[in-house]
Design a protein around this ligand. Structure first.
Ligand SMILES: *[C@@H]1O[C@H](CO)[C@@H](O)[C@H](O)[C@H]1NC(C)=O
Ligand SMILES: [Cu+2]
Length: 299
């Protein structure tokens, strides 16, 4: 919730590895797959050479990604293309349910106990003082990007169009203070369906819980605090389908996550849970239900 400068100072004080979160595990057909199976790994530490804040070039596994970082980092996580070839491709049917799980610890800290969890959770940090929450308010957003004709999922960089297929944001548009469904000690199981109308083919599936930047009388668009924080990873899918439907028009990444794009900044009232900004939409563009494209707004 803090502007980047303060946030950086906080990170400096915290253990390096205990950062934010990344989605690192998938469940399909009732089975949890191995951690990082079908998900492009990230490189950590990673040098975001072009970030404007020279104090904040190096990032660890679960550290935030910003709009100004390398486009590949924003699309599917830092260094993801270096891991794409070694990542398996998950065959799944359009219409199937997927559950996803995250961790806040670095892969170097992982142990088997983190993947054998109560309540059929896919991941849990059982160590004292460590938690498996999402330590930022914001929506879960899931996008698909079909691998363009003539390309392969193991080299596709995600520069094509992305279609949002799922989001999970506020508990209700009416409740005050506003409450983010995932911003609780024990987040709900995160399940959604690949729309049954999805045409067959290879897809990247991007998973993120995004925290918007803030606008107030001190922070203007384009200043550091106005940039949202992203935590993306991508799965490599081969979607089987009988559908002859066309995918709707998608959005481009990173463009859709620019600070001036919908849902990417909050007023301080919204950041402090007091009210929802006029005309607010969840970030990442409109949502495809499989039948139609809808404005992605709290209800
Ligand atoms: C994933 O990347 C992290 C950080 O670079 C590394 O520590 C870990 O061993 C990698 N895991 C796999 C399964 O490749
Ligand atoms: Cu943060």
């Amino acid at each position: 919730m803090a502007p980047i400068s303060l946030f950086t100072a906080l990170l400096a004080a915290a253990p390096l590895v205990h950062g934010h979160y990344s989605f690192i595990r998938l469940k399909t057909n009732g089975v949890w797959h191995e951690p990082l199976q079908y998900i492009r790994n990230k490189t950590s530490p990673f040098d975001e050479k072009q970030f404007v804040d020279s104090n904040f070039l190096w990032r660890y596994y679960n550290w935030p990604t910003y709009f100004l970082d390398f486009p590949d980092s924003v699309r599917c996580g830092r260094g993801n293309l270096d891991h794409a070839k070694e990542t398996q491709v998950l065959t799944i049917k359009a219409g199937d349910e997927v559950e996803i799980a995250h961790l806040r610890s670095d892969p170097s800290e992982w142990d088997n106990g983190m993947f054998e969890c109560a309540d059929d959770r896919g991941a849990c940090d059982h160590r004292p003082y460590y938690r498996t929450d999402f330590n930022h308010p914001g929506p879960l957003i899931i996008h698909l990007s079909k691998v363009p004709e003539g390309q392969d999922i193991k080299t596709y960089d995600g520069s094509g169009e992305w279609v949002k297929i799922h989001s999970r944001g506020l508990v209700s548009a009416k409740e005050r203070p506003i409450k983010w469904e995932l911003y609780v000690d024990e987040p709900p199981h995160l399940k959604f369906k690949i729309p049954a109308q999805t045409p067959p083919g290879q897809y990247l599936m991007r998973m993120d819980v995004l925290m918007a930047g803030m606008l107030n009388k001190y922070i203007k668009i384009g200043e550091l605090g106005s940039f949202g924080q992203m935590y993306p990873t991508c799965a490599q899918l081969n979607i089987l389908s009988q559908s002859t439907a066309q995918l709707p028009q998608g959005v481009l990444i990173p463009e859709i996550f620019a600070p001036e794009a919908p849902g990417m900044t909050h007023s301080s009232e919204m950041q402090h849970f007091q009210s929802i900004d006029e005309g607010y939409r969840y970030p990442g563009g409109p949502r495809w239900t499989g039948e139609e494209v809808v404005e992605d707004i709290p209800i």
